[in-house]
Design a protein around this ligand. Structure first.
Ligand code: GDD
Ligand code: MN
Length: 401
């Protein structure tokens, strides 16, 4: 393993760690760091600056050495790894501040706004702060092309199911160290590490501070088409993650709903060719098999110790039991209650609830029997420390997680 790490001018117990991922930002850093430090000093904020560079061939290392004479800058140069999100996670894992803030190096994010983002954290209710382009008072440079604007808007819209934030794509954000430490395993794919953190750290109260987003000062953007594809992949993974965190009963209901969506069209499809009882029977059997497959894979994926055929037979039996209970409940209610006899749909709905509840209980206890190990409480998995190849120059052991 090799990394370059420069660490002079360290700040003990800083309030804030500013993490700056860089690739070929040697021209921008000498402008950014002094402006950032002036803004922090004006507000009396003790901070460390962590630059995570991916071995830029543009003299970033020398520039950082120069900056370290005056400013609390720590540089990590990863030699074999490339990627914005993984660089950010790398920096977050080594930060010692109580508040962790991430920003770009190219001066798109105004360093003068950093104290405002930090101040927003004074409210203990707030768990994530974004330097936002899309809230009242925010603006972007006019030179932003229609394509970039549209691209950013569509990407933001796609993130809607995960957060109500207006600008979850932003690379300018702050999070408490304690919140970060509670994150589930992070995925370093693509550019959207802010969104990843909002979802995986369970941030529900996101505050947005309006900023003016400038065009980058020097150099060019590294965001390309491949990163857009990664974004779609990232969204799919986040959706899977969210679904897997929903309760077992919600997953069971979701599968049941898809089963109904298979049942009815199949019934309509078979009806012209088969007698009604046969068409109904085959459609129900198809939906039941579908439900079994997805409940085994998705709802009860942690309980697969029994053989598939045994589970399948038990599932069919419990589904028939559920259907009988549903039928009996609705018929009996109509017999016993004059009111429900007047509104048989209410009886049918109560029957369905009884049948589904029976099915769920049977699935939990009998069909997909818990095995002794699968029910052990899941340990909170922290973001694994990256096995990055990095170069190190005469530094002590680093804080890391
Ligand atoms: N270490 C490292 N490794 N840093 C990188 C890499 C990399 O592979 N790629 C980019 N960076 C750094 C850049 O040097 C810069 O400091 C920051 O990450 C953002 O990269 P840009 O290339 O300037 O990205 P952008 O301006 O197109 O995208 C920005 O805006 C997006 C929203 O429009 C970023 O802030 C994105 O995070 C944001 O989603
Ligand atoms: Mn940029």
């Amino acid at each position: 393993m090799s990394i370059t790490e420069q660490r002079k001018n360290t700040v003990a117990d800083p309030t804030l760690s500013v993490i700056i991922p860089t690739y070929c930002e040697a021209e921008n850093l000498p402008l950014l760091v002094p402006r950032l430090c002036a803004a922090l000093k004006a507000q009396g904020i003790q901070a460390e600056i962590i630059i995570v560079d991916d071995n830029s061939p543009d003299g970033t290392r020398e520039v950082c050495s120069e900056l370290q004479r005056q400013y609390p800058v720590r540089l990590y140069q990863r030699l074999t790894e490339r990627g914005l999100s993984s660089a950010v996670i790398y920096g977050l894992n080594r930060a010692t501040g109580k508040i962790l803030l991430v920003m770009d190096a190219d001066l798109s994010h105004p360093p003068e706004k950093v104290p405002e983002l930090v101040a927003a954290m004074d409210n203990p209710e707030v768990d994530f702060v974004i330097g936002s382009r899309y809230v009242p008072g925010a603006s972007t440079d006019e030179s932003w092309g229609v394509f970039r604007w549209l691209n950013s808007r569509v990407a933001t819209l796609l993130a809607r199911p995960f957060t109500a934030a207006r600008d979850p794509m932003a690379g300018f954000f702050a999070i408490r160290q304690t919140t970060y430490a509670s994150s589930d395993k992070l995925n370093a794919i693509g550019y959207k590490i802010g969104l990843e953190l909002i979802v995986k750290c369970g941030c529900t109260n996101v505050q947005e501070v309006p900023i003016h987003f400038s065009d980058r000062l020097h150099g060019k953007s590294k965001l390309n088409f491949r990163e857009q594809l990664y974004y779609v992949q990232h969204l799919c993974r986040l959706a899977k993650y969210k679904l897997s965190r929903s309760s077992r009963f919600s997953r069971f209901l979701m599968v049941g709903a898809t089963g109904a969506a298979i049942d009815i069209p199949s019934f309509c499809l078979f009806l012209p060719f088969l007698p009604l009882p046969a068409a109904r029977g085959i459609a129900i059997w198809m939906a039941m098999t579908w439900n079994f497959y997805w409940n085994r894979r998705f709802t009860f994926s942690d309980r697969q110790s029994d053989g598939m055929s045994h589970q399948y037979l038990r599932f069919c039996a419990s589904s028939l039991g559920g259907a009988t209970i549903s039928w009996l409940t609705s018929v009996l209610l109509c017999e016993l209650s004059g009111f429900i006899a007047g509104y048989p749909a209410i009886g049918a709905a109560i029957g369905i609830i009884a049948g589904v509840s029976f099915n769920f209980a049977a699935s939990c206890r009998w069909v997909f029997r818990p095995n002794s190990q699968s029910e052990a409480p899941a340990a909170v998995r922290l973001a694994t420390l990256d096995n990055t190849t990095v170069r190190q120059t005469g530094m002590n052991d680093l804080p890391s997680r």
